[in-house]
Structure formats: structure tokens, C-alpha cells
Design a protein around this ligand. Structure first.
Ligand code: ASN
Length: 597
């Protein structure tokens, strides 16, 4: 992102498991030497919806105050580097701030963040699905303008919003982090500063294509959390999934847990959430009349919060009858446990009774995630009832633990890695995994270069992460895009490679594909949501004129496919069309004229 500011700072890398680049850090074996790298700039949008983090005491109690946060943050040195901001070539808007550089390993990017305040700011207890929609719309509108997103939100219903957004954001490729605090950021002792700082560092530096929730030094999958404490700073728990990241001395991302898309579709939002859904928690002695009343029309789906591993009384025909009548009326019932940990199963006869009447098993989903999923799936009016039920039982965004299909191939299957491990005298599982992780980026990049799909599959089967970058942050997707290995590009995208990975020179796979005029690859990357940055789009004019001058029609086609306006002027104010007319390349003149007509 040239033009914003000259890159400053350098750091030393080379230690096992440290964060090195914007995608997965390539774990490297400790070889003794280090490498210095310049800081790239990234943009993060902070959508402020309200919550305690920005509240001030008012006559009725704590409530959010509008138009205050950005100004206040500018006065907090750990959240704004005013000297750096003053040095930048472009003027920052009043709501744009710069995160200071830190000497810790955890920061390898200059994070410039803009605060967008929604109106009115809300205590999250006042939020409704209309507010989820409002947030989703902002994400859609700003998706291509920013590298990552932070959503400031009250803690009371943050788990519901995080769950809802995880479903509403389809084919997500960028990091979205919800955070907030238990004490306002304006107070002397507060958790807001640390939470905002951690969320910004993660959203700005890592491509974790999920709706996450960051709180008290931990990054969770948003649809796995529940608020468990109204008084502690440690307010959230993710009982059935370990954190995606831990922010200790370093921010360590648990890359194996990060959810990966398995398609090549573009980001879009689904806003048609069905409101005729609800949560029904059974309890000993619940009356059939209460259940009947709850299931009345217009109710279209409920999450039934049952005991233990999904059990409801099977000695209560009156109750079961009401549930049966509802499923017969096509009301969808999704079974979740009241327990914090564990999953719904048909281990007990009391659980099987529900399954037999067409109740969908919700595995280990939280009630918040189950409700949001129900609202999302029932909002898909184009689907049949059976399709909706099937979708509810499937793992859509990592919200549930699905049963493993087939045995997993282990490290033991790789003779090559084993040989290297033997040579290096490593034997325990962890050391072996470290060798694998250190070798995977180089091996995968080599396989991507030669188009060796089998080698890539083998690396993936043994648990290697095909999204890791090499020493220069170049991922297999960068390499395959340069080479035009379409099959490999497709495979990598389907196994979760991110199109937003930037190498140490700031280049994305899309930029690489343009440089090497790989038209098919450009098309596929674009379908998957790849786009050029504002800066790249703005700087294209001169390059286009040069291509026009040289009669390089494939080069022009590549930029066109990548979404660039071919009428852009170069540095001297000439359009590519004027340049090519002067140079007299007939084929290019025709191509540009066709585009203009
Ligand atoms: N009532 C507040 C909210 O959810 C609680 C908080 O943010 N800590 O907006």
C-alpha cells in the first residue's frame, strides 16, 4: 500500500511458531539467523454498535454516548500514534487512528483503523435481528475497502450477534472480531483497552476467515461462545471448542482449528432471518399447556433445550403429543442440551423418543448458535422442509462438532517427513509435527509450482497446512497463481486457502496472476472474492498505458478481468485508448473500443 506512509520499523523473526505474516505464520526451525522485514500497512474498520465499552454514567445508569469514542481513543497512546499519523502522506479523517508499533513479535503490520459509529448506539440488551442486519450491511458495503473488521458490541447479547453474523456472512474470507468490555474504556481500571487492542491486532494481522469474539486474551469462534459471567473480565466461555487464539506474550493462532471455506464463491450477506423462532427450555413439571402455547402459529421453529445428552421425559405423553403435533404442522424442532459441555445423542430412550418424532439433533451447539442457525435456515425460503432440516443438521460454520468421516491419516504415513525427523533426531509427536509444519510451506510451494496435485493432497492428508506462507510469506496459492495451475488453484481454494494472503512485498495471488496474465486463474480468484486494493486500483493507470503502448493485449485483458477500469489515465493524463491509437496496435484499439462501446 504505497503512498500512505513510508514503511517503518523492522523486526527479527526466526523463532518457532511466531507470527510472521498476515496469513498463517510459517513455523520455521530455529536456524540461528534472523530476517528483517518492513511493516506493511493494513486497514481495519471498527463498527461501533454500543455496549459498556463506550458507556458513561447517566441519570438512569450506564448508557452509550454518541460521537465520543474516536476522540477519546486518540488521547490514549497505546491506541493511537499521533506522531505517525502526522507523518503520513494522506490526511486521516477525524475517525481514523493508527495503532502504535510495538517491539513485540505479535505486531508485524501498521494497523490503521477507522471507527464507524452506528446510530443509535445500543446497550446490547436492546438489540434485535434488525440490528444484526444493519451490521451485516455495513460489512457488505465495506468488505473490499478494509483488510479486517472489529465490531464493538455489548456483552449481554454478543454471543447471539456473533452467532447470527457467522451465518449471515456467507463465504467469508476476512477476519471479523467482535469485542466489548465489562467496564467502560473511559474508566481508570477497565478491560476495554486490552480487548480493543487485541481485537485490532488480530483483525489487522491475520486472515482468520471467521466471525470471532475476542475477550480477556482469548479469541473464540463467535458461534461457540456464551456469556458465563456478569462480573468478571473473563465473561465468555467456549465450552465445546478451544480458543482460536491465545494472546499471551505472543498471539498464538490455533490454525488447525480455524474454519475454512470449501468452495470458490464470493462473500455475500444473507439478511432474510426468520423471526418466528424461539428457545424453549424444558424443566421438571413443565405443563403441556405451556408447550402448546409456545408452539402456536406463527412459530415456525424452536430450539428445545433438553436435559443432558438431549433427553426429554418419555413418560409424559401429553408433552410428547404437543411436540409431535407441532412437527406434523412442519414446525422445526432443534434439540440442544442445557449442559454447558457435551452433545445431543440418542444414547437414552428419553432422547430417542424426540428423534423418532422428527426432532433435529443439534449436537453440541450453544442455544445462541442454534437459535441463530434456525433463524438463518428458515429464512431460506427457496428450500424445502427436508432441505432445511438437512441443513440444520450439517456443520455450516464450525458451530457444531460433526462426527469424523473415515480415519485420519497421521504423520506416520509420511516416510519422507519421518526420514527427516530421524535425521534430526526428533521422535515425539510434537517435534514431528513441528518438522512437518516447518517443511510444509516449502514443499507445498514447490508442488504448487509444478502442478503436483497428488503431493499437495498428501501434504494435506498428513495434517500440513496448505495456507502457510514461506519465508517471504508466499503461499502455495501465490505460486500456483503465477504459474497458472488452475487445477491446483481450485484445489487450494477448496481446502481453505485465503485469496487475501499478502507476501512480504504486499502482493496477493490476484496481483501475481495479473502479472503473469493467467486469465483463467484471475477469473477463478475473482469468483472467490479476490479484489484489488483501492491503492492498486488507483495506481493501475500508468501500467495500463504502458501495456497499451506495447500492444500487450493479454496484459490489458488480465487487468480488465481483475476489475480495473481500462479508461483510467496514466501519470501524464493520457488514457490507454489514446496511447494505443498513437502507437497504432490495431488489435488493441479494437479491444479497447469494444469495451468503451
Ligand atoms: N449491558 C451491557 C451491554 O450488553 C453489558 C456490557 O457490555 N458489558 O450492552
Amino acid at each position: 500500500m504505497a503512498g500512505l506512509a513510508e514503511p517503518t520499523g523492522s523486526r527479527v523473526c526466526g523463532v518457532l511458531g511466531k507470527a510472521l505474516c498476515c496469513t498463517e505464520p510459517a513455523p520455521v526451525l530455529e536456524l540461528g539467523g534472523g530476517c528483517s522485514r518492513a511493516m506493511a500497512e493494513v486497514r481495519v474498520l471498527v463498527i461501533n454498535t454500543g455496549g459498556t465499552i463506550g458507556m458513561v454514567p447517566q441519570s438512569e445508569g450506564l448508557a452509550p454516548e454518541a460521537n465520543k469514542l474516536a476522540g477519546a481513543l486518540k488521547k490514549i497512546p497505546i491506541l493511537h500514534d499521533s506522531a505517525y499519523a502526522a507523518k503520513m502522506h494522506i490526511r486521516l479523517g477525524t475517525d481514523t487512528l493508527v495503532l502504535p508499533h510495538s517491539n513485540q513479535q505479535s505486531q508485524n503490520k501498521t494497523i490503521i483503523y477507522t471507527i464507524l459509529e452506528l446510530s443509535p448506539l445500543l446497550d446490547s440488551s436492546n438489540m434485535t435481528p434488525a440490528d444484526w442486519r444493519k451490521i451485516a450491511k455495513q460489512l457488505e458495503e465495506n468488505y473490499e475497502k478494509y483488510d479486517g473488521f472489529v465490531i464493538l458490541h455489548g456483552t449481554d447479547t454478543m454471543a447471539y450477534t456473533a452467532s447470527a453474523l457467522s451465518f449471515m456472512c456467507e463465504n467469508l474470507g476476512k477476519t471479523i472480531v467482535l469485542t466489548g468490555s465489562q467496564v467502560p474504556i473511559y474508566e481508570l481500571r477497565n478491560d476495554g483497552r486490552a480487548n480493543l487492542l487485541g481485537a485490532l491486532l488480530i483483525a489487522g494481522q491475520f486472515v482468520i476467515p471467521e466471525v470471532c469474539l475476542y475477550f480477556h486474551n482469548k479469541l473464540y469462534r463467535g458461534n461457540r461462545v456464551t456469556k458465563v459471567d456478569a462480573e468478571s473480565f473473563n465473561a465468555f466461555s467456549s465450552p465445546n471448542l478451544p480458543p482460536l487464539a491465545n494472546a499471551e506474550i505472543d498471539i498464538t493462532i490455533n490454525w488447525e482449528t480455524v474454519w475454512r471455506a470449501s468452495n470458490t464463491k464470493k462473500f455475500e450477506i444473507h439478511t432474510n432471518m426468520n423471526s418466528n423462532v424461539g428457545l424453549l427450555r424444558i424443566f421438571p413439571g413443565i405443563t403441556a399447556a405451556a408447550v402448546k402455547a409456545f408452539l402456536q402459529s406463527p412459530m415456525e421453529g424452536i430450539v428445545l433445550e433438553t436435559y443432558g445428552s438431549g433427553n426429554a421425559p418419555n413418560n409424559r405423553p401429553d408433552l410428547l403429543d404437543e411436540l409431535k403435533k407441532a412437527t406434523d404442522r412442519d414446525v422445526v424442532i432443534l434439540n440442544c442440551t442445557q449442559c454447558l459441555r457435551g452433545t445431543v445423542s440418542s444414547l437414552y430412550a428419553t432422547g430417542k423418543a424426540l428423534k423418532d418424532m422428527g426432532v433435529v439433533a443439534g449436537a453440541d451447539m450453544t442455544p445462541e448458535a442454534a437459535l441463530a442457525k434456525l433463524s438463518y435456515v428458515l429464512g431460506k425460503s427457496e428450500l424445502t422442509l427436508d432441505e432445511k432440516k438437512k441443513m440444520l443438521s450439517e456443520n455450516l460454520r464450525g458451530e457444531m462438532t460433526s462426527m469424523p468421516v473415515g480415519a485420519k491419516i497421521t504423520l506416520k504415513d509420511s516416510r519422507f517427513i519421518q526420514e527427516i525427523a530421524r535425521y534430526l533426531h526428533v521422535s515425539c509427536k510434537e517435534e514431528l509435527a513441528a518438522v512437518r509444519d516447518a517443511l510444509t510451506p516449502s514443499l507445498a510451494c514447490a508442488a504448487a509450482k509444478t502442478g503436483d496435485l497428488d503431493a499437495l493432497k498428501a501434504l494435506q492428508n498428513m495434517g500440513g497446512n496448505l495456507s502457510s506462507g514461506d519465508f517471504d510469506g508466499r503461499t502455495p496459492l501465490h505460486v500456483a497463481s503465477c504459474e497458472g495451475n488452475l487445477e491446483v488453484v481450485e484445489y487450494l481454494l477448496k481446502t481453505g486457502a485465503t485469496v487475501y494472503a499478502k507476501d512480504r512485498f504486499g502482493a496477493t495471488p490476484l496481483m501475481n496472476a495479473i502479472q503473469f496474465r493467467q486469465l483463467d486463474v484471475i477469473y477463478l480468484l475473482r469468483t472467490t472474492g479476490a479484489h484489488l486494493s483501492n491503492q492498486e486500483l488507483m495506481n493501475a493507470g500508468t501500467e495500463l498505458c504502458s501495456l497499451a503502448f506495447n500492444g500487450d493485449i493479454d496484459g490489458l485483458k488480465a487487468w480488465h478481468l481483475a476489475g480495473v477500469d481500462l479508461n483510467q489515465c496514466g501519470y501524464d493524463g493520457e488514457t490507454p485508448h489514446n496511447v494505443v491509437k498513437a502507437a497504432g496496435h490495431v488489435e488493441v484499439i479494437e479491444f479497447l473500443s469494444q469495451l468503451m462501446s
